[in-house]
Design a protein around this ligand. Structure first.
Ligand code: HEM
Length: 356
């Protein structure tokens, strides 16, 4: 009698860990058939997060987080390490993609009113994750220790410093002292490879557990007639989209490899055209056009207060839009969200292309 090794191992595991339960779960899980491209965005964001983890670990093998060695170690990665340039480019492109897909995912959740009861906390964990991913981008920006990243970090952290009451403490906490130095680099590195990965992994897990526990939302217009098995139908579709995204990332990295620029010179003059990553540009633009003083209050403080209030309102949307749970979402809130989206896009384009 021949022994099937796979069957034997599965039987051995089944006896101990009751795999049958998992098989039953995979057989019975389904998703509503009403989904469109918007339903793949959360999954794409998740895939990009996994890409960040894998490429980040590979970069970590060669990167050195000190003022003297950081720039040279990145130079070594892109010129000497086999496929190092590709890994670095994919890591950088994928970071931008991740934030873009998370933002589109958030607005699709907003316009579909998926945040309505009982998914309020899924909305909140999503928002916190988006904030953490933006901070991921901010901390990663400095790591190559080039001119642009050095001066952009100087300006960015300076802005934190003008926050009322807590500003100075926060700025010192992020900088690791009074100024942007090698100490700041080491601190950013700590955030980037230890604190933020731990926090985001916990939040992604909670977000997904909530989605799993509550199932995918039904459309506002009523129950869909059919459902699709999650496994393998939906998973295969997910994977198909992921392969396309990976192809896009590879193509961009090949034709537009991420630049390294010149090594930072903390005592040199600030180069022309310092700007943060595209996802901070809308705030940057508001700060640029705001008068220095308004009603005898520092203009930048007013901008921060404005964004703070906006952030609180955006977080509370599931509670502000109480009709959504009864199938009658607020039109005012819907329009406000649309106006917000259009204004953010206009500010970003303005900052990127028309402000000199
Ligand atoms: C930043 C990383 C994020 C990841 C990895 C992620 C991942 C996911 C995944 C895989 C799903 C299930 C599939 C889908 O509906 O697309 C989902 C659903 C959901 N996400 Fe996210 N998400 C992220 C950010 C956000 C943000 C910024 C928000 C909103 C503020 C949000 C709110 C939601 C909600 C409410 C659902 C439930 C949708 C439904 O039931 O139809 N997520 N997310």
């Amino acid at each position: 009698m021949s022994l099937n090794p796979l069957k034997y191992v599965m039987g051995w595991l089944d006896e101990r860990y009751r795999l049958e339960d998992l098989r039953e779960f995979a057989r019975s899980k389904s998703v509503p058939m009403h989904h469109t491209i918007w339903y793949y965005l959360g999954g794409i964001t998740l895939f990009l997060f996994l890409i960040q983890v894998v490429t980040g670990i590979l970069l970590l093998m060669y990167y050195r987080p000190t003022e003297a060695a950081a720039y040279e170690s990145v130079q070594y990665i892109i010129s000497e390490v086999p496929f190092g340039w590709l890994v670095r480019s994919i890591h950088s492109w994928s970071a931008s993609f991740l934030i873009a897909t998370a933002i589109i995912h958030m607005f699709s959740v907003f316009f579909k009113k998926t945040y309505r009861k009982p998914r309020e906390f899924t909305w909140i964990t999503g928002l916190v994750m988006l904030g953490l991913f933006m901070f991921f981008g901010f901390t990663g920006y400095l790591l190559p220790w080039n001119q642009l990243s050095f001066f952009a970090t100087k300006v960015g952290t300076e802005l934190v410093g003008i926050l009322p009451v807590v500003g100075d403490t926060f700025m010192r906490m992020i900088r690791g002292g009074e100024h942007v130095t090698g100490g700041t680099l080491t601190r950013m590195f700590g955030f980037h490879v230890a604190i933020l990965p731990a926090l985001t992994t916990i939040l992604v897990t909670i977000h997904l557990l909530m989605v799993q526990r509550q199932g995918m939302s039904e459309p506002l217009t009523g129950r869909p007639r059919r459902a699709m098995p999650f496994f393998p139908n939906f998973v295969l579709r997910d994977i198909m989209v992921w392969v396309i995204v990976l192809g896009l990332l590879g193509t961009l990295s090949l034709y537009f490899p991420w630049e390294l620029g010149l090594k930072a010179d903390p005592f040199g003059p600030a180069p022309q055209g310092i700007e943060p990553e595209w996802y901070f540009l809308f705030m940057f633009q508001v700060l640029r056009v705001m008068p220095a003083e308004f009603l005898s209050i520092d203009g930048r403080v007013l901008v921060f207060m404005g964004f703070g209030l906006l952030g609180v309102a955006w977080t509370l949307v599931p509670w502000l839009d109480r009709g959504a749970a009864r199938g009658r979402p607020s039109r005012v809130i819907n329009w406000a969200g649309l106006v917000l989206l259009v204004v953010v896009i206009i500010l970003t384009i303005w900052a990127k292309f028309y402000h000199h």
